[in-house]
Ligand binder design. Structure first.
Ligand SMILES: Cc1cc2nc3c(=O)[nH]c(=O)nc-3n(C[C@H](O)[C@H](O)[C@H](O)COP(=O)(O)O)c2cc1C
Length: 265
């Protein structure tokens, strides 16, 4: 894969783009924003020694690789004011050979302690062919709680972990054990959107997670994406567990969206 290097002017413009988007979200009535520095997206690529081959002060050591992130956090906070919640989603590890590792991630968390962030959301994995991603992984329980415990030692910021939570018991244990202050969930909410209220009223209904044997890469995420589409369209849960079919539907839907996008822009 060959990538173009961003110019210094392009990098200088980035914090303001994040800041403008955060302000739009605030003015549009959102309750907070989460800066995405995980999963292989742009800031995550800057953090990663695998993707970031720059030789200027935005590359090299972890201090250089996190420079853009710190500038983005500062610009977002300045744009939304002191009272608007600003969180950040960060990889504990890219789960890619040569990518961001746990030691580097801890250095980033330590540096974020000196910023005006309200929350650090710990995740991991990368949306990249052949790599593991958080929404495609299976398993019985949460993935990032142990790392969150290590993060506690280097920051005073509230911590959240997102990935693999399936039951109220797991969520309560992560909080009661002191690893995190909050629990983030994606797939559980795609199965049961009112889960937080159910759990709050102690109507403990743990969602029935489908189990897939030998899923193709991206298949699980595609299945949940189509589930979200069903929720959006207000129709019932489809019973298909054919992940290859889900991938095809997902790709076809994206292709249609891309055509609309290209026509318009
Ligand atoms: C349908 C679906 C779409 C997702 N899309 C994205 C995405 O576009 N970008 C991203 O960084 N994470 C995405 N995620 C990952 C989630 O935010 C979350 O980190 C991951 O699913 C692990 O949490 P969970 O075990 O509670 O699902 C997606 C997850 C699902 C299920």
């Amino acid at each position: 894969m060959i990538c173009a290097e961003l110019s210094r002017d392009e990098i200088a413009a980035l914090p303001f783009e994040f800041a403008r988007t955060a302000r739009l979200a605030r003015d549009g009535g959102f309750g907070g924003v989460e800066i995405h520095a995980a999963h292989g997206f742009l800031i995550s690529q800057f953090l990663s020694p695998l993707f970031n081959r720059r030789t200027d002060d935005y590359g090299g050591s972890i201090a250089g690789r996190m420079r853009l992130l710190l500038e983005v956090v500062g610009a977002v906070r300045a744009a939304v004011g002191p009272d608007f919640p600003v969180g950040l989603k960060l990889n504990s590890s890219d789960q890619l050979e040569g990518g961001l590792d746990a030691e580097d991630a801890l250095s980033v968390i330590a540096a974020l302690d000196g910023t005006e962030l309200d929350l650090i959301d710990i995740s991991g994995g990368t949306y990249f062919p052949g790599a593991r991603s958080a929404s495609d992984s299976g398993g019985k329980g949460p993935y990032f709680v142990d790392f969150a415990m290590r993060a506690r030692a280097v920051t005073t910021k509230p911590l959240m972990a997102t990935g693999g939570f399936k039951t109220l018991g797991q969520a309560e244990e992560a909080v009661a054990g002191g690893a995190v202050d909050l629990v983030g969930m994606a797939r559980a909410l795609a199965l049961e959107p009112s889960l937080p209220s159910l759990w709050q009223t102690r109507h403990v209904a743990n969602p029935a997670f489908p189990s897939f044997t030998d899923p193709p890469e991206g298949g699980v995420t595609a299945w949940y994406t189509m589930r979200l589409t069903e929720i959006g369209e207000d129709c019932g849960l489809s019973t298909t567990d054919d992940l290859r079919a889900a991938l095809e539907t997902y790709k076809a839907r994206d292709k249609k969206r891309t055509e609309i996008w290209l026509r318009r822009f």
